[in-house]
Design a protein around this ligand. Structure first.
Ligand code: SF4
Length: 489
């Protein structure tokens, strides 16, 4: 699709909306759409007498449609002014293109990662939950089912937010190693076959970062409220390495006020009774065992080197170890999975009765080619069925949605939803996704965020992305944490 921008340079906003509506489109910006063959879109923005006007004209499938949106813009702060302009560009494109689609996107015109944060903002600015729901449906065209999910997630976040004091923070620790690489993986994670030699030096750097960060946390007078060790697959570490990591954390941080301690034991082929005992002994009370599918053919097709039986064994061992909560992750839309096999997977997991089940939608890898995008688009209906059926089955079994997020390039433009049995929400997931509190991220790829709870302002500090870069940056890691914890020093 050819697109043009007139009177503005909000390229990202325009492209984001076009790709939300037409995920398989190859976008090319041009100076003019005159004479363009195939689909095209013109996005214009003008301002006069304190009013901003967004206009879009789009030709999709040979049918030309126009739209116009207006909003007052006088006296706004630069940030608010940009927000109004961005919304006008996006909404005018949505209005011009969406009528051409066989099915409107379930998330309507929303392109953001955190829909519940938007809903929370509406409620905090004075709307009732019913009014916020009406706003999502009528202003942003969000489907009724997604609106209900969003309002539930927003309500959970508002409830958990009450438990966060001004000095409470959470910790994330990343272990970016896995026993093998899943075909769909979009994380920075190295296989032990390729990068196993980096694990020990990585741990050396991580333990140093833990000690230095803990000293800064003490200096800043902060308290750790939750810990989440993720990856990668943290249980890729052997028992001695895992014990070293857990001991280093316990020796350096004060965990006396911890309300939750999660470790991802995602791949059952890395889980042993000895590792689970070490986790429990360190105070870990929540683990995540992630089958993704309970169909052996699907597991083989996606490059997981384990079977459904291995998942059952790991789950049983986790139960015997006595964790307060176990989460299990699933992915809808995997290669070779059907609505029927996915439904069987959901039923099997419900039968196990973990406290949390997280239903993800396959995200198309960044840089995927058009063939992959087209294949994902073709599976949209199947994925929609998978998600709807899973939601019904989970609700019937007593699970409720407690947090949700979207990723760019998800199959069909859907979402990831964390489901839980009553009162078993994962605090960290909500705090992190809803940006409720400051989170320090240790390890390669860690993004620490200082959240100003009064203004909502967020300051970020990124660790190097890859293990080797991270190891080489050992001397510089503390500076990023200081910026987050002790700004202005
Ligand atoms: S287990 Fe997770 S992080 Fe590791 S390769 Fe698979 S998808 Fe990626």
């Amino acid at each position: 699709m050819i697109y043009t921008l007139e009177g503005h340079e909000l390229k990202h906003a325009a492209e984001e909306m076009l790709l939300t509506l037409l995920p398989t489109a190859a976008l090319t910006r041009a100076d003019t759409a005159d004479g363009a063959e195939g689909d095209w879109c013109r996005s214009c923005l003008t301002e006069r007498d304190g009013e901003a006007v967004g206009r879009a004209v789009a030709s999709v499938g040979g049918v030309v449609r126009e739209s116009e949106r207006r909003a007052p813009c006088a006296g706004l702060s630069p940030l608010e002014h940009k927000r109004v302009q961005t919304e006008l560009v996006k909404m005018s494109i949505y209005d011009a293109v969406a009528p051409a689609l066989a099915q409107p996107p379930v998330w309507g015109s929303l392109t953001g990662v955190r829909p519940a944060k938007l809903a929370r903002g509406l409620i905090e600015r004075g709307m009732s939950r019913g009014e916020a729901a009406a706003c999502l449906r009528e202003r942003y065209y969000v489907s009724p089912a997604r609106t209900a999910l969003t309002i539930r997630a927003a309500a959970t976040a508002m409830e958990l937010d009450k438990c966060i004091g001004p000095d409470d923070i959470s910790l994330y620790v990343g272990i970016p190693f896995c026993p093998s690489r899943c075909y769909y993986c979009s994380f920075v994670s190295a296989t032990t076959a390729q990068s196993g030699h980096l694990i020990e030096p990585y741990l050396d750097t991580l333990c140093r970062e833990i000690a230095e960060t803990a000293a800064l946390v003490r200096e800043a007078g902060k308290r750790v409220q939750s810990v989440y060790i993720g990856g990668g697959t943290p249980t890729t570490l052997n028992e001695a390495q895992l014990a070293r990591l857990l001991d280093t954390l316990a020796q350096n941080f004060d965990f006396s006020r911890l309300r939750e301690y999660t470790v991802e034991a995602g791949r059952p082929d890395t889980v042993t009774p000895g590792k689970l005992r070490a986790l429990r002994a360190a105070g870990v009370d929540r683990v995540s065992i992630n089958p993704q599918s309970m169909d052996d053919k699907v597991l083989a097709a996606i490059g997981r080197r384990h079977t459904a039986q291995d998942v059952l064994r790991a789950y049983d061992e986790a139960r015997q170890a006595g964790f307060r909560a176990v989460n299990m992750d699933l992915i809808a839309g995997l290669t070779g999975d059907t609505a029927e096999t996915f439904a069987r997977t959901v039923d099997t997991l419900i039968g196990l009765a973990p406290e949390n089940i997280t239903v993800h939608t396959l995200a198309i890898k960044r840089g995927a080619d058009l063939t992959d995008k087209a294949a994902a688009a073709a599976r949209r209906e199947t994925v929609a069925h998978m998600l709807d059926n899973a939601a019904h089955a989970l609700q019937a079994a007593g699970y409720g949605p407690y947090y949700l997020y979207r990723q760019k390039f998800m199959a069909g433009g859907f979402e990831n939803v964390g489901w839980c049995r009553p009162d078993t929400e994962c605090f960290y997931n909500v705090a992190m996704m809803e940006e409720l509190q400051t989170i320090l991220s240790l390890g390669a790829g860690g993004v620490s965020k200082r959240v100003d709870r009064d203004t909502g302002w967020i300051e970020r500090s990124n660790n190097p992305k890859y293990p080797l870069e991270y190891i080489r940056a050992a001397d510089r890691l503390a500076a990023g944490k200081r910026k987050i914890l002790l700004p202005g020093q």
